[in-house]
Unconditional design. Sequence first.
Length: 376
Amino acid sequence: DSAQQPAGTSTALIVRNETPFNAETPAMLLPRAVLTPSSQFFIRSHGEVPNVNVQQYRLKVGGLVKNELLVSLADLYRLPCETVSATVVCAGNRRNEMSRISPIKGVGWDSGAIGNAVWSGVKLYRLLELAGVQQNVRHVLFEGLDHIHEQQASTYQVSIPLSKAADPNGDVLLAYEMNGEPLAPAHGFPLRVIVPGFVGARSVKWIQSITLSDCESDGMFQQHDYKLTPGFIDAETFKRVWREYPAIQEMPVQSAICFPPNGYKHASGTPLTVRGYAHSGGGKRITRVDLSVDGGNSWSHSAILTRGTSSDAPYAHDWSWTLWEVAVPSLSTPCQLACRAWDAAGNSQPATVDSIWNFRGLLNNAQHRVRVLPSA
Ligand code: MTE
Ligand code: MO
Protein backbone atom coordinates (compact mmCIF):
# COMPACT_ATOMS: atom_id res chain seq x y z
CA ASP A 1 0.00 0.00 0.00
CA SER A 2 2.69 2.53 0.99
CA ALA A 3 4.38 1.91 -2.39
CA GLN A 4 1.61 4.02 -3.96
CA GLN A 5 1.59 6.69 -1.26
CA PRO A 6 3.01 9.93 -2.76
CA ALA A 7 5.93 11.61 -0.98
CA GLY A 8 4.95 14.03 1.79
CA THR A 9 1.43 12.68 2.25
CA SER A 10 0.12 11.26 5.52
CA THR A 11 -0.76 7.58 5.87
CA ALA A 12 -3.88 8.83 7.72
CA LEU A 13 -5.40 9.72 4.32
CA ILE A 14 -8.21 7.44 3.18
CA VAL A 15 -7.16 6.17 -0.25
CA ARG A 16 -10.09 6.18 -2.71
CA ASN A 17 -8.11 5.26 -5.83
CA GLU A 18 -4.52 4.02 -6.24
CA THR A 19 -3.81 5.02 -9.87
CA PRO A 20 -4.14 7.92 -10.20
CA PHE A 21 -3.75 8.50 -6.48
CA ASN A 22 -6.91 9.95 -4.93
CA ALA A 23 -7.38 10.24 -1.18
CA GLU A 24 -9.40 12.17 1.37
CA THR A 25 -8.77 13.44 4.86
CA PRO A 26 -10.54 11.47 7.60
CA ALA A 27 -13.31 13.96 8.45
CA MET A 28 -12.56 13.72 12.16
CA LEU A 29 -9.15 15.37 11.62
CA LEU A 30 -10.52 18.38 9.72
CA PRO A 31 -11.82 20.53 12.63
CA ARG A 32 -8.50 20.23 14.48
CA ALA A 33 -7.00 23.25 12.72
CA VAL A 34 -8.15 26.07 10.49
CA LEU A 35 -5.17 25.30 8.24
CA THR A 36 -5.25 21.70 7.07
CA PRO A 37 -1.69 20.29 7.27
CA SER A 38 -0.42 19.81 3.69
CA SER A 39 0.37 16.15 4.36
CA GLN A 40 -3.28 15.53 5.33
CA PHE A 41 -4.84 17.61 2.53
CA PHE A 42 -7.08 15.61 0.17
CA ILE A 43 -5.72 14.74 -3.28
CA ARG A 44 -7.85 14.65 -6.40
CA SER A 45 -5.99 13.99 -9.65
CA HIS A 46 -7.43 12.76 -12.93
CA GLY A 47 -4.04 11.56 -14.19
CA GLU A 48 -0.51 10.78 -13.06
CA VAL A 49 1.54 13.45 -11.32
CA PRO A 50 3.79 14.89 -14.07
CA ASN A 51 7.55 15.13 -13.56
CA VAL A 52 8.52 18.75 -14.11
CA ASN A 53 12.00 20.02 -14.98
CA VAL A 54 12.04 23.31 -13.11
CA GLN A 55 14.91 24.73 -15.24
CA GLN A 56 13.03 24.21 -18.48
CA TYR A 57 9.59 25.01 -17.10
CA ARG A 58 7.82 27.94 -18.78
CA LEU A 59 4.26 29.10 -18.22
CA LYS A 60 2.72 30.28 -21.48
CA VAL A 61 0.20 33.13 -21.44
CA GLY A 62 -1.37 33.44 -24.89
CA GLY A 63 -4.53 33.51 -26.95
CA LEU A 64 -6.23 36.90 -27.35
CA VAL A 65 -3.39 38.92 -25.78
CA LYS A 66 -1.31 41.84 -26.99
CA ASN A 67 1.99 40.19 -26.00
CA GLU A 68 2.36 36.46 -25.53
CA LEU A 69 4.37 35.65 -22.39
CA LEU A 70 6.70 32.75 -21.59
CA VAL A 71 7.27 32.96 -17.87
CA SER A 72 9.98 31.04 -16.00
CA LEU A 73 9.73 30.29 -12.30
CA ALA A 74 12.51 32.83 -11.71
CA ASP A 75 10.40 35.46 -13.52
CA LEU A 76 7.45 34.63 -11.27
CA TYR A 77 9.51 34.83 -8.09
CA ARG A 78 10.49 38.39 -9.08
CA LEU A 79 6.84 39.51 -9.19
CA PRO A 80 5.07 40.56 -5.97
CA CYS A 81 4.27 37.52 -3.81
CA GLU A 82 0.85 37.52 -2.18
CA THR A 83 -0.76 35.11 0.25
CA VAL A 84 -4.40 34.05 0.20
CA SER A 85 -6.13 31.75 2.67
CA ALA A 86 -8.62 29.62 0.74
CA THR A 87 -10.58 26.39 0.94
CA VAL A 88 -10.31 23.91 -1.93
CA VAL A 89 -13.27 21.55 -2.19
CA CYS A 90 -14.08 18.89 -4.74
CA ALA A 91 -17.48 19.07 -6.44
CA GLY A 92 -17.83 15.37 -5.57
CA ASN A 93 -17.33 15.85 -1.83
CA ARG A 94 -19.96 13.77 0.03
CA ARG A 95 -20.76 11.75 -3.10
CA ASN A 96 -21.04 8.55 -1.03
CA GLU A 97 -24.27 9.78 0.58
CA MET A 98 -25.74 10.18 -2.92
CA SER A 99 -24.47 6.75 -4.02
CA ARG A 100 -26.40 5.13 -1.18
CA ILE A 101 -29.63 6.38 -2.76
CA SER A 102 -28.73 5.12 -6.23
CA PRO A 103 -25.27 4.00 -7.45
CA ILE A 104 -23.05 6.66 -9.02
CA LYS A 105 -19.87 6.42 -11.11
CA GLY A 106 -17.03 8.53 -9.74
CA VAL A 107 -14.57 8.56 -6.86
CA GLY A 108 -16.40 7.70 -3.62
CA TRP A 109 -15.91 10.55 -1.18
CA ASP A 110 -17.24 10.98 2.34
CA SER A 111 -16.93 14.53 3.77
CA GLY A 112 -13.13 14.82 3.54
CA ALA A 113 -12.59 16.00 -0.06
CA ILE A 114 -12.09 19.50 1.31
CA GLY A 115 -9.25 21.37 3.00
CA ASN A 116 -8.10 24.86 3.83
CA ALA A 117 -4.61 26.26 3.33
CA VAL A 118 -2.66 29.46 2.83
CA TRP A 119 -1.42 29.73 -0.74
CA SER A 120 1.38 32.06 -1.84
CA GLY A 121 2.32 33.20 -5.30
CA VAL A 122 1.49 35.77 -7.95
CA LYS A 123 -2.01 37.08 -8.52
CA LEU A 124 -3.26 36.18 -11.98
CA TYR A 125 -4.44 39.72 -12.77
CA ARG A 126 -0.79 40.87 -12.77
CA LEU A 127 0.12 38.46 -15.58
CA LEU A 128 -3.03 39.40 -17.49
CA GLU A 129 -1.98 43.07 -17.25
CA LEU A 130 1.51 42.22 -18.50
CA ALA A 131 0.09 40.24 -21.42
CA GLY A 132 -2.57 42.82 -22.30
CA VAL A 133 -6.13 41.50 -22.55
CA GLN A 134 -7.84 42.04 -25.91
CA GLN A 135 -11.32 43.52 -25.88
CA ASN A 136 -13.32 40.45 -26.87
CA VAL A 137 -11.89 38.20 -24.13
CA ARG A 138 -14.55 36.61 -21.87
CA HIS A 139 -12.86 33.50 -20.51
CA VAL A 140 -9.47 32.45 -19.20
CA LEU A 141 -8.49 28.86 -20.02
CA PHE A 142 -6.08 26.81 -17.91
CA GLU A 143 -4.19 23.74 -19.08
CA GLY A 144 -2.26 21.35 -16.85
CA LEU A 145 0.78 19.26 -17.80
CA ASP A 146 -0.92 16.02 -16.75
CA HIS A 147 -2.58 13.57 -19.11
CA ILE A 148 -5.95 12.53 -17.82
CA HIS A 149 -6.85 8.88 -17.34
CA GLU A 150 -10.37 9.17 -18.73
CA GLN A 151 -9.05 10.51 -22.09
CA GLN A 152 -5.50 9.28 -22.68
CA ALA A 153 -4.42 11.88 -25.23
CA SER A 154 -5.79 14.98 -23.56
CA THR A 155 -4.36 17.31 -20.94
CA TYR A 156 -6.48 18.70 -18.09
CA GLN A 157 -8.24 21.83 -19.41
CA VAL A 158 -10.87 24.08 -17.83
CA SER A 159 -11.73 27.78 -17.74
CA ILE A 160 -13.10 30.55 -15.55
CA PRO A 161 -14.76 33.84 -16.54
CA LEU A 162 -12.45 36.81 -17.19
CA SER A 163 -14.42 38.81 -14.59
CA LYS A 164 -13.08 36.50 -11.86
CA ALA A 165 -9.58 36.08 -13.31
CA ALA A 166 -8.89 39.79 -13.85
CA ASP A 167 -10.31 41.02 -10.52
CA PRO A 168 -7.49 41.86 -8.06
CA ASN A 169 -10.01 41.20 -5.26
CA GLY A 170 -11.04 37.89 -6.81
CA ASP A 171 -7.69 36.67 -5.46
CA VAL A 172 -7.03 34.13 -8.23
CA LEU A 173 -3.48 33.04 -7.59
CA LEU A 174 -0.66 31.27 -9.39
CA ALA A 175 0.58 29.56 -6.27
CA TYR A 176 4.04 28.08 -5.73
CA GLU A 177 3.66 27.65 -1.96
CA MET A 178 1.11 25.88 0.23
CA ASN A 179 1.16 26.56 3.98
CA GLY A 180 4.53 28.32 3.64
CA GLU A 181 6.31 25.48 1.85
CA PRO A 182 6.88 24.65 -1.81
CA LEU A 183 3.89 22.83 -3.31
CA ALA A 184 4.09 19.04 -3.00
CA PRO A 185 4.10 17.19 -6.36
CA ALA A 186 0.60 15.83 -5.71
CA HIS A 187 -0.74 19.36 -5.13
CA GLY A 188 0.66 20.86 -8.32
CA PHE A 189 4.42 21.49 -8.05
CA PRO A 190 5.89 23.73 -9.32
CA LEU A 191 2.86 25.96 -9.97
CA ARG A 192 -0.91 25.70 -9.66
CA VAL A 193 -3.90 27.94 -9.97
CA ILE A 194 -6.04 28.68 -6.92
CA VAL A 195 -9.50 30.01 -7.73
CA PRO A 196 -10.94 30.93 -4.31
CA GLY A 197 -14.68 30.39 -3.89
CA PHE A 198 -14.92 28.20 -7.00
CA VAL A 199 -15.20 24.44 -7.30
CA GLY A 200 -11.84 22.66 -6.84
CA ALA A 201 -11.79 21.52 -10.48
CA ARG A 202 -10.87 25.06 -11.63
CA SER A 203 -7.77 25.23 -9.41
CA VAL A 204 -5.55 23.65 -12.06
CA LYS A 205 -2.40 21.92 -10.81
CA TRP A 206 0.87 21.73 -12.82
CA ILE A 207 -0.32 24.70 -14.90
CA GLN A 208 1.44 24.93 -18.27
CA SER A 209 -0.63 27.43 -20.22
CA ILE A 210 -3.16 30.21 -19.74
CA THR A 211 -5.17 31.12 -22.83
CA LEU A 212 -7.42 34.14 -23.16
CA SER A 213 -10.47 33.46 -25.27
CA ASP A 214 -13.91 34.66 -26.27
CA CYS A 215 -15.38 31.28 -25.30
CA GLU A 216 -15.17 28.70 -22.52
CA SER A 217 -12.77 25.77 -22.54
CA ASP A 218 -14.12 22.88 -24.62
CA GLY A 219 -12.35 20.40 -22.31
CA MET A 220 -14.39 17.51 -20.91
CA PHE A 221 -14.08 18.84 -17.35
CA GLN A 222 -15.70 22.08 -18.47
CA GLN A 223 -18.36 20.70 -20.81
CA HIS A 224 -19.14 17.09 -19.88
CA ASP A 225 -18.21 16.66 -16.25
CA TYR A 226 -18.81 19.05 -13.36
CA LYS A 227 -22.29 20.06 -14.44
CA LEU A 228 -25.24 19.98 -12.08
CA THR A 229 -28.25 18.18 -13.53
CA PRO A 230 -31.73 17.27 -12.26
CA GLY A 231 -32.37 13.79 -10.92
CA PHE A 232 -34.25 12.65 -14.04
CA ILE A 233 -31.20 13.10 -16.33
CA ASP A 234 -29.14 9.92 -16.68
CA ALA A 235 -25.73 9.39 -18.31
CA GLU A 236 -27.25 8.43 -21.67
CA THR A 237 -29.59 11.43 -21.83
CA PHE A 238 -26.79 13.75 -20.75
CA LYS A 239 -24.82 12.85 -23.91
CA ARG A 240 -27.53 14.70 -25.87
CA VAL A 241 -28.30 17.61 -23.52
CA TRP A 242 -24.95 18.60 -21.97
CA ARG A 243 -24.98 21.98 -23.76
CA GLU A 244 -28.07 23.02 -21.79
CA TYR A 245 -26.28 22.96 -18.42
CA PRO A 246 -23.67 25.46 -17.27
CA ALA A 247 -20.27 24.44 -15.89
CA ILE A 248 -20.17 24.55 -12.10
CA GLN A 249 -18.09 27.52 -10.94
CA GLU A 250 -18.96 28.99 -7.51
CA MET A 251 -19.69 26.47 -4.76
CA PRO A 252 -23.00 26.41 -2.86
CA VAL A 253 -23.20 26.78 0.93
CA GLN A 254 -22.11 23.60 2.71
CA SER A 255 -21.49 22.16 6.16
CA ALA A 256 -20.72 18.79 7.67
CA ILE A 257 -20.47 17.16 11.08
CA CYS A 258 -16.92 15.82 11.50
CA PHE A 259 -17.27 14.64 15.08
CA PRO A 260 -18.92 12.44 16.20
CA PRO A 261 -18.69 9.99 13.29
CA ASN A 262 -21.82 8.18 12.13
CA GLY A 263 -22.72 5.32 14.51
CA TYR A 264 -20.75 6.81 17.43
CA LYS A 265 -21.69 5.36 20.84
CA HIS A 266 -22.46 7.84 23.60
CA ALA A 267 -23.88 7.46 27.12
CA SER A 268 -27.38 8.95 27.07
CA GLY A 269 -27.85 12.16 29.04
CA THR A 270 -24.16 13.12 29.13
CA PRO A 271 -22.44 16.08 27.40
CA LEU A 272 -21.04 15.82 23.87
CA THR A 273 -19.18 18.40 21.80
CA VAL A 274 -20.10 18.28 18.12
CA ARG A 275 -17.62 19.68 15.57
CA GLY A 276 -17.58 20.37 11.88
CA TYR A 277 -16.84 22.74 9.01
CA ALA A 278 -18.93 25.16 6.96
CA HIS A 279 -18.11 26.96 3.71
CA SER A 280 -19.81 28.88 0.96
CA GLY A 281 -18.78 29.78 -2.57
CA GLY A 282 -18.03 33.18 -4.03
CA GLY A 283 -16.45 34.40 -0.78
CA LYS A 284 -19.79 34.59 0.99
CA ARG A 285 -19.28 34.58 4.74
CA ILE A 286 -20.82 31.86 6.91
CA THR A 287 -23.19 33.75 9.19
CA ARG A 288 -24.58 30.89 11.27
CA VAL A 289 -24.50 27.12 11.76
CA ASP A 290 -27.51 25.40 13.36
CA LEU A 291 -27.48 21.99 15.00
CA SER A 292 -30.44 19.69 15.47
CA VAL A 293 -30.46 16.74 17.88
CA ASP A 294 -33.70 15.32 16.47
CA GLY A 295 -32.85 14.71 12.82
CA GLY A 296 -33.76 18.23 11.68
CA ASN A 297 -37.27 18.44 13.15
CA SER A 298 -36.14 21.28 15.39
CA TRP A 299 -32.99 23.39 15.41
CA SER A 300 -32.04 23.83 19.04
CA HIS A 301 -28.40 24.91 19.04
CA SER A 302 -26.26 27.62 17.43
CA ALA A 303 -22.64 26.76 16.83
CA ILE A 304 -19.62 28.78 17.96
CA LEU A 305 -17.72 29.75 14.82
CA THR A 306 -13.97 29.92 14.20
CA ARG A 307 -13.34 31.70 10.93
CA GLY A 308 -10.55 30.69 8.61
CA THR A 309 -10.45 34.18 7.14
CA SER A 310 -8.91 36.31 9.86
CA SER A 311 -9.44 39.77 8.39
CA ASP A 312 -12.64 41.71 8.81
CA ALA A 313 -12.92 41.86 5.03
CA PRO A 314 -16.39 42.60 3.68
CA TYR A 315 -18.67 39.77 2.84
CA ALA A 316 -17.30 38.92 -0.56
CA HIS A 317 -13.84 37.79 0.59
CA ASP A 318 -14.36 34.87 2.94
CA TRP A 319 -12.54 32.30 0.87
CA SER A 320 -11.73 30.08 3.87
CA TRP A 321 -14.03 27.70 5.62
CA THR A 322 -15.45 28.31 9.10
CA LEU A 323 -14.95 25.64 11.75
CA TRP A 324 -17.74 25.28 14.26
CA GLU A 325 -18.59 23.52 17.51
CA VAL A 326 -21.59 22.99 19.73
CA ALA A 327 -21.25 21.74 23.31
CA VAL A 328 -24.50 19.84 23.86
CA PRO A 329 -24.93 19.73 27.68
CA SER A 330 -26.97 16.53 27.74
CA LEU A 331 -27.51 14.41 24.67
CA SER A 332 -30.08 11.63 24.82
CA THR A 333 -29.24 8.68 22.64
CA PRO A 334 -30.14 7.18 20.26
CA CYS A 335 -30.57 10.31 18.17
CA GLN A 336 -29.79 11.80 14.81
CA LEU A 337 -27.70 14.96 14.65
CA ALA A 338 -28.12 17.31 11.70
CA CYS A 339 -26.34 20.53 10.80
CA ARG A 340 -27.09 23.37 8.40
CA ALA A 341 -25.07 26.48 7.60
CA TRP A 342 -26.24 29.88 6.40
CA ASP A 343 -24.22 32.31 4.32
CA ALA A 344 -24.21 36.08 3.94
CA ALA A 345 -26.72 35.90 1.08
CA GLY A 346 -29.18 33.99 3.30
CA ASN A 347 -28.60 30.70 1.48
CA SER A 348 -28.87 27.46 3.44
CA GLN A 349 -28.75 23.73 2.70
CA PRO A 350 -31.46 21.46 1.27
CA ALA A 351 -33.00 19.13 3.85
CA THR A 352 -32.49 15.86 2.00
CA VAL A 353 -29.96 14.24 -0.31
CA ASP A 354 -32.80 12.71 -2.38
CA SER A 355 -34.03 16.13 -3.46
CA ILE A 356 -30.68 17.03 -5.09
CA TRP A 357 -29.47 13.60 -6.27
CA ASN A 358 -27.79 13.75 -9.69
CA PHE A 359 -26.18 11.01 -11.77
CA ARG A 360 -22.65 12.40 -11.34
CA GLY A 361 -23.00 12.82 -7.57
CA LEU A 362 -22.00 16.48 -7.55
CA LEU A 363 -22.57 19.31 -5.09
CA ASN A 364 -24.11 17.29 -2.31
CA ASN A 365 -24.74 20.09 0.17
CA ALA A 366 -27.76 18.54 1.89
CA GLN A 367 -27.99 18.97 5.65
CA HIS A 368 -25.48 16.49 7.04
CA ARG A 369 -26.82 13.79 9.35
CA VAL A 370 -25.07 11.54 11.83
CA ARG A 371 -26.59 8.83 14.02
CA VAL A 372 -25.46 8.62 17.64
CA LEU A 373 -26.17 5.34 19.45
CA PRO A 374 -26.44 4.62 23.16
CA SER A 375 -23.32 3.10 24.71
CA ALA A 376 -23.81 -0.32 26.29
N1 MTE B 1 -5.45 20.04 -12.05
C1 MTE B 1 -4.92 19.18 -12.93
N2 MTE B 1 -3.94 19.58 -13.73
N3 MTE B 1 -5.35 17.88 -12.99
C2 MTE B 1 -6.35 17.44 -12.16
O1 MTE B 1 -6.72 16.26 -12.24
N4 MTE B 1 -7.97 17.99 -10.39
C3 MTE B 1 -8.82 19.10 -9.97
C4 MTE B 1 -8.02 20.26 -9.45
N5 MTE B 1 -6.91 20.56 -10.32
C5 MTE B 1 -6.94 18.33 -11.23
C6 MTE B 1 -6.43 19.65 -11.20
C7 MTE B 1 -9.81 18.71 -8.97
S1 MTE B 1 -11.17 17.88 -9.55
C8 MTE B 1 -9.72 19.12 -7.65
S2 MTE B 1 -10.97 18.82 -6.58
C9 MTE B 1 -8.51 19.82 -7.15
O2 MTE B 1 -7.51 19.95 -8.17
C10 MTE B 1 -7.90 19.07 -5.99
O3 MTE B 1 -6.74 19.72 -5.54
P1 MTE B 1 -5.77 18.94 -4.54
O4 MTE B 1 -5.44 17.60 -5.13
O5 MTE B 1 -4.57 19.81 -4.34
O6 MTE B 1 -6.53 18.77 -3.24
MO1 MO C 1 -12.76 17.72 -7.89
